[in-house]
Design a protein around this ligand. Structure first.
Ligand SMILES: NC(=O)c1ccc[n+]([C@@H]2O[C@H](COP(=O)([O-])OP(=O)(O)OC[C@H]3O[C@@H](n4cnc5c(N)ncnc54)[C@H](OP(=O)(O)O)[C@@H]3O)[C@@H](O)[C@H]2O)c1
Length: 311
């Protein structure tokens, strides 16, 4: 464990491309480390809770022996705290209080949590560090997903002295800067959950429905995920409304009615289908799709709402 501050470049010199440390060698930290290295950044320190996880990421990005969070933050100009949101407070407190940390002038500590602003790291300001929140709007699963950061949105909330370097970093990663206003991060995160998580819950329901017809679940899963990927690719090219296909946009009320009949024995799924058909109709245009609008008028019945049973 390295206890000595050994910056590879002087923190007094403000380099637009700072060397970086990763604290938390999990899904997001590993993806960021590999993407940053591929974009010309030097990863000079890695720290994690589990030695094996830290060793594996250190070896992948040639960062040397794993170290402590405090030593990592002293060694690098820019430290990503990619630990679970609930651990951020404790990790930054440990960095700020660590003996010998002294101060962190010129350093920047960054977290990647979506719903939290930069103030969760404010304890580091007392050591002279600037703080920031930089959330990559992408589903990350470790080093193999590093390439998916190219083209991703990045929500930035930074102390003024850190903003330019982080904006440059987003640009170097091929990302798109999302200037989420103060106080809007929860709404931003809710949008991310609607687009990134909810379709997976829907996909699982669709796979269940299709496999219920006798089709192998793996085959159903691959085929329906392929459909979702195709629709998403079309939406990226032309926007969600223009990318719509299916019976609602064709104003084919007969087919929609046959779907509702097929789901008669599964009221929760029928309710879900109806709610989403109404959303689809609103996207396609209620006035221009009168047959489907007439079929869905007055629906859904609230009695069909899914129920959650507490554990
Ligand atoms: N995954 C995503 O798609 C994604 C996308 C955008 C933003 N984020 C954000 O990135 C952050 C990390 O999420 P994740 O999905 O990467 O989580 P994760 O896969 O669970 O990784 C978290 C890592 O932090 C380490 N860790 C936990 N407690 C620690 C502590 N007290 N000190 C040092 N290291 C600690 C873990 O340790 P060990 O493995 O070493 O035991 C793990 O490697 C979160 O703020 C999340 O909101 C994630």
């Amino acid at each position: 464990v390295d206890q000595q501050p050994s910056p590879t470049r002087s923190p007094a010199r403000v380099d637009p491309r700072p060397n970086v440390a990763i604290v938390g060698a999990g899904r997001a930290g590993s993806a960021l480390a590999v993407a940053l290295q591929s974009s010309g950044y030097r990863v000079v320190a890695v720290s994690s809770r589990t030695p094996a996880a830290a060793m594996a990421l250190s070896a992948a990005v040639h960062a040397g022996a794993p170290t402590t969070p405090a030593a990592a933050a002293r060694r690098a100009e820019l430290t990503f705290l990619t630990v679970p949101d609930s651990a951020l407070h404790e990790v930054v407190a440990r960095i700020a209080a660590s003996p010998g940390a002294g101060s962190l002038p010129g350093r920047v500590l960054v977290h990647c949590a979506a719903a939290l602003d930069r103030e969760v790291l404010s304890a580091a300001r007392g050591e002279g560090a600037a703080v920031a929140a930089l959330h990559p709007l992408q589903a990350l699963h470790g080093a193999a997903s590093a390439a998916s950061l190219r083209g991703a949105g990045f929500a930035l909330d930074a102390d003024p002295e850190a903003a330019d370097r982080l904006e440059l970093l987003v640009s170097d990663l091929g990302g798109i800067l999302l200037p989420v206003a103060a106080g809007q991060r929860a709404a931003y995160h809710a949008a991310a959950v609607l687009a990134g998580n909810a379709p997976l819950a829907l996909l699982a329901r669709a796979v269940q429905l299709l496999s219920g017809t006798g089709i192998d679940a793996d085959l159903a899963g691959r085929a329906l995920a392929g459909l979702l990927a195709g629709a998403t690719a079309n939406a990226m090219r032309m926007g969600a409304a223009a990318a719509l296909t299916g019976p609602v946009v064709r104003d084919d009320a007969g087919t929609v009615a046959s779907h509702l009949a097929a789901l008669q024995a599964q009221p929760e799924l029928q309710h879900l289908y109806t709610v989403l058909a109404i959303e689809t109709l609103q996207l396609a245009g209620v006035d221009t799709h009168p047959e489907v609008a007439a079929l869905l008028a007055g629906r859904p019945a609230r009695a069909d709402l899914p129920r959650v049973t507490a554990a």
